[in-house]
Design a binder for this molecule. Structure first.
Ligand SMILES: *[C@@H]1O[C@H](CO)[C@@H](O)[C@H](O)[C@H]1NC(C)=O
Ligand SMILES: *[C@@H]1O[C@H](CO)[C@@H](O)[C@H](O)[C@H]1NC(C)=O
Ligand SMILES: *[C@@H]1O[C@H](CO)[C@@H](O)[C@H](O)[C@H]1NC(C)=O
Ligand SMILES: *[C@@H]1O[C@H](CO)[C@@H](O)[C@H](O)[C@H]1NC(C)=O
Ligand SMILES: *[C@@H]1O[C@H](CO)[C@@H](O)[C@H](O)[C@H]1NC(C)=O
Ligand SMILES: *[C@@H]1O[C@H](CO)[C@@H](O)[C@H](O)[C@H]1NC(C)=O
Length: 573
């Protein structure tokens, strides 16, 4: 009974088609209301036409069909007649179920867009027949899982968008048949790790996993992606990268770890990425950028370190390994009050430096390699505009007059002589953003508006004289103190050696402090560590003191403790 009904339906259906194609061949293409049919280029555009079903009366030779922004709910048997389609866009409709085998005849389709529908499942036959498909967009649907054979025919697929679904895993083998995939977007899902089944994607170049729930990049769980050059992990919850957590991406060129929960710069982990040129670490929780923080990243060109809310200190040698650095941005690090001078002097290729909206009060010219930079941004810092900012004031004025000269120059003479334009090194500054916080009379005033007098540090002869006198006086006092200071003979030998020890501990990498081997299994010795010092007073001498060598042993422990206390004085004098 059902069979008969379907048969009837099919007859009506097919005769309608015949009729329609007849009409079509007689009077060109029948174009539904709201659609735009461009027959010469074999394109039909029904975007936003308000249609509820896929039109079946269009030119069967069509190459491009745009059905986006409509109210289509299902696709059953609708594309059978359009065998020559190259691009099909059904995005922003109301499709829940894509069904099975609905694209069987689309053997040459290159691009299929199903984004922004309500698709919640894919069967093993959903994409059957799409052997030449290059691009598949399934973004912004409601997929929770994907049949592991759903992509079995998509040998040629190069770009797959699955962002904006509710995926949290891929079954093993999901990507077994798509070895040509180069770009995969799985942002805005619920992954807690970079899915290990991506290992099948031997040609993957771009992987975007932003806004998922990844907390740790674990050593053994990260897929091997030898060709990957771009990895985006923005806005996850990453607080730890295990030692080899990044080692399976040897060709990585661009890494974005912005807006995660890293508290320590993953120096050693990043050092595995020797090809990296572009690194973004904005919005993490680093408190400091230690010496050689980007060790081994010799190819690094662009480094973004913005919005590091907790960043207080940047080591003067932080970027010494990054000899190819061209552009660095340290904006909105509100807790950074100062930068070490000469921070960038090991970066001969640096052209762009931005340090906007930090809490820096004072800057000196040696903070930046001014003669090599082409752009410097310093706006939004609470500058103390005393005369020591004169260099910047001058630079701002130069930059302004340069712009002005340039303009008037261009207006005045039709063929400019390059000599004039190139005279100074064309340093661009954010002139209008560089503001003063103090002193009172310059509060909230742009630095370049300060007067020359306010920026003049030269002192009157009287001032110079009084300063020199003060210096002489202080030196006199110090000399006197040294001269009359009682000499502590017995400690002489100690004095000589300690500074050496202290010094080594300031060098990087820090050497372990000199250590005496601990007493081995001798039980009597162990007592010494457990018993209170009074009991030990008359025993033979402990090995605690690292400087014991100089002490001739034998002394009582209180004397030795006193020694310890005295030493810092000796060191700092
Ligand atoms: C169809 O038309 C819309 C505007 O109505 C346009 O945005 C869209 O790009 C067109 N599609 C194609 C495939 O040309
Ligand atoms: C698919 O359609 C959406 C919405 O119309 C659009 O934003 C997206 O760029 C399209 N995808 C591709 C790969 O063209
Ligand atoms: C699709 O893949 C086949 C072999 O798998 C290959 O011959 C063909 O050139 C590919 N087509 C495109 C457009 O890449
Ligand atoms: C991660 O960082 C975000 C933003 O900095 C913060 O709101 C969140 O509490 C942190 N989560 C954890 C688990 O530390
Ligand atoms: C200018 O201000 C800075 C920061 O407040 C201070 O360190 C510096 O000594 C001042 N220089 C002069 C010449 O007053
Ligand atoms: C200065 O002039 C050059 C060409 O002579 C032009 O390319 C450049 O944009 C000008 N700069 C400004 C800031 O106007």
């Amino acid at each position: 009974m059902g069979d008969e009904k379907t048969q009837q339906m099919w007859i009506i259906f097919i005769s309608t088609i015949c009729l329609l194609s007849l009409i079509t061949s007689v009077s060109g293409v029948l174009c539904p209301n709201g659609c735009k049919c461009e027959n010469e280029v074999l394109r039909a555009n029904c975007s936003g036409a308000g249609i509820e079903v896929v039109p079946i009366q269009l030119n069967p030779e069509l190459h491009v069909m745009d059905l986006s922004r409509n109210k289509i709910t299902q696709l059953h048997y609708t594309f059978t007649f359009y065998e020559k389609l190259l691009a099909l866009d059904v995005s922003k409709n109301r499709i829940k179920n894509v069904g099975s085998g609905n694209f069987k005849t689309q053997k040459v389709l290159k691009s299929l867009n199903l984004s922004s529908n309500y698709i919640d499942s894919l069967t093993k036959d959903t994409f059957e027949g799409l052997k030449e498909l290059l691009q598949l967009d399934l973004s912004n649907n409601q997929l929770e899982s994907i049949n592991q054979n759903a992509f079995k025919d998509l040998h040629n697929l190069t770009v797959l968008r699955l962002n904006g679904n509710q995926l949290d895993y891929f079954e093993d083998g999901t990507f077994k048949s798509t070895p040509n995939l180069e770009t995969l977007y799985i942002d805005d899902n619920s992954f807690i790790e970079i899915p290990s089944s991506l290992s099948d994607l031997v040609r993957l170049k771009i992987l975007s996993v932003a806004r998922n729930l990844i907390e740790v990049l674990e050593d053994d769980k990260v897929p091997n992606l030898h060709d990957l050059h771009t990895l985006v992990l923005v806005q996850n919850l990453i607080f730890e990268i295990q030692p080899t957590g990044l080692a399976s991406f040897p060709k990585l060129d661009h890494l974005d770890l912005s807006d995660n929960n890293l508290t320590v710069l993953p120096t050693a982990q990043l050092a595995k990425l020797s090809k990296l040129t572009n690194l973004k670490l904005n919005g993490n929780s680093f408190e400091s950028i230690p010496p050689v923080a980007f060790r081994g990243l010799f190819h690094l060109k662009y480094l973004m370190l913005n919005r590091l809310e907790y960043l207080k200190t940047v080591d003067a040698r932080a970027f010494v390994d990054n000899i190819n650095l061209e552009k660095i941005s340290l904006d909105y690090n509100y807790n950074t009050k100062s930068l070490p001078t000469r921070l960038f002097h090991g970066n001969p290729k640096l052209r762009f430096v931005s340090v906007r909206y930090n809490s820096i009060k004072s800057l000196v010219a040696s903070h930046f390699p001014l003669d090599q930079l082409s752009e410097l941004r310093l706006g939004g810092n609470p500058l103390d505009c005393n005369c020591s900012m004169g260099w910047l004031w001058k630079l701002l004025h130069e930059s302004m007059s340069q712009t002005k000269d340039n303009n008037s120059y261009v207006q005045e003479s039709p063929n400019p002589k390059p000599v004039l334009v190139k005279k100074s090194n064309d340093l661009k500054l954010d002139v209008n953003e560089v503001m003063c916080e103090t002193p009172e009379e310059l509060h909230n005033i742009k630095l370049f508006r300060a007067t020359q007098r306010q920026m003049d540090c030269s002192m009157s002869w009287l001032a110079i004289l009084s300063v020199s006198l003060t210096v002489v006086f202080i030196l006199g006092i110090i000399a006197g103190v040294f001269f009359f200071m009682p000499k502590k003979k017995p400690k002489k030998t100690i004095e000589k050696d300690i500074p050496k020890i202290i010094k080594t501990s300031y060098n990087a990498p820090p050497l372990p402090p000199p250590r005496k081997s601990l007493p081995n299994s001798d039980a009597g010795h162990i007592d010494r560590y457990i018993m209170p010092p009074i009991m030990l007073q008359n025993r033979a001498l402990p090995i605690w003191d690292p400087y014991e060598q100089q002490c001739n042993g034998g002394g009582n422990i209180y004397e030795q403790l006193n020694d310890h206390r005295d030493r810092p004085h000796i060191v700092y004098v």
